[in-house]
Design a protein around this ligand. Structure first.
Ligand SMILES: Cc1cc2nc3c(=O)[nH]c(=O)nc-3n(C[C@H](O)[C@H](O)[C@H](O)COP(=O)(O)OP(=O)(O)OC[C@H]3O[C@@H](n4cnc5c(N)ncnc54)[C@H](O)[C@@H]3O)c2cc1C
Length: 270
């Protein structure tokens, strides 16, 4: 049996050089690592001494350090951007003990099908800051698509513009404590009663992450009164596989109904 060694780097340079060693992996909150097969892991990188737990705003750009927990973000972001979609998406994510441990960095790297943050961050067009073998700022959508960006690289922060928007987040859960079967995130930029820009994401579909581009096109440049529930439902064309549930057709139907409700809620919230 391989003995796993803990490492406590004091600088990003030290962390990066440790990540060059094969099978040393970062430890965020540890909430998904706890279920991991550790047979090949030789070391864990504790990130707590790297100063990565912060939330700040500079020139209307909000930056969240990767070691900020869901609870830290809820508290910190509420004072900077109380109506932010990320606040809404985290409000009911997981239970309190988990919210105190789960980090934003670990959640972006792991990006589970039940994620409450991925839809919100994609809607905000967030960028991920990484260091190590790969270095720089990348759109979250690129980071999620290009698996090689994860290799031997540490997420240090996530950044997005602080702009005025209306939004709503829906979680499809069997009970309050369950991880969601899927989530819907709707973000709208509105000028009075007209939608200027729409972003709609469903996380947890067969494709894992679905951006509803046809629906976004239908919503954009329309007045609120021109939008119908039926019009929205017809453009929600997502499927679900049966790995965590037995009836994918039911979930597809539910996603149509709840997407329409989520968008209507977003339009009502000023
Ligand atoms: C009971 C329970 C309920 C949950 N419910 C929800 C829910 O409702 N909604 C939701 O969104 N989430 C939920 N989660 C959280 C989710 O399932 C993951 O466990 C969580 O997102 C992982 O974050 P972490 O900080 O614990 O990462 P870790 O478990 O520490 O790490 C996860 C992965 O990311 C890597 N990693 C960690 N930090 C970094 C970094 N800075 N840079 C690069 N790679 C990194 C690790 O090496 C590992 O591969 C729940 C978890 C539990 C245990």
């Amino acid at each position: 049996m391989i003995k796993i060694q803990w490492h406590y780097p004091k600088s990003l340079a030290e962390a990066s050089s440790l990540l060059e060693i094969k099978n040393i992996i970062p430890h965020g909150g540890g909430t998904s690592l706890i279920n991991r097969d550790f047979s090949h892991v030789v070391g864990l990188l504790n990130l707590t001494e790297l100063g990565l737990n912060y939330i700040k705003q500079d020139n209307a750009i909000i930056e969240i350090g990767s070691m900020s927990t869901y609870a830290d973000i809820l508290t910190g972001l509420k004072s900077i951007s109380p109506d932010n979609i990320l606040v809404k998406s985290l409000q009911n994510a997981a239970n309190t003990p988990c919210r105190n441990r789960i980090t934003i960095g670990g959640s972006i790297s792991f990006a589970p099908k039940w994620s409450d943050v991925i839809g919100a961050l994609l809607a905000l067009e967030a960028k991920v800051v990484i260091t190590g073998k790969n270095d720089g700022e990348f759109l979250l959508s690129e980071y999620l698509e290009q698996k090689e960006l994860r290799q031997q690289s540490l997420i240090t922060a996530v950044k997005f513009k602080n702009f005025s928007h209306r939004s709503s987040h829906y979680r499809e859960v069997k009970t309050k404590n369950d991880m969601p079967l899927f989530t819907i995130t709707a973000l709208l930029k509105m000028d009075k009663d007209q939608i200027e820009q729409a972003k709609v994401f469903i996380i947890g579909t067969t494709e894992r992450i679905s951006q509803l581009i046809e629906l976004e096109n239908y919503l954009e440049n329309k007045l609120r009164l021109e939008i119908s529930e039926e019009g929205i439902q017809n453009l929600v064309k997502v499927s679900f596989n049966g790995s965590r549930i037995t009836d994918g057709d039911y979930l597809s139907h539910k996603a149509k109904i709840e997407t329409a409700r989520t968008i209507f809620r977003a339009m009502e919230i000023s």
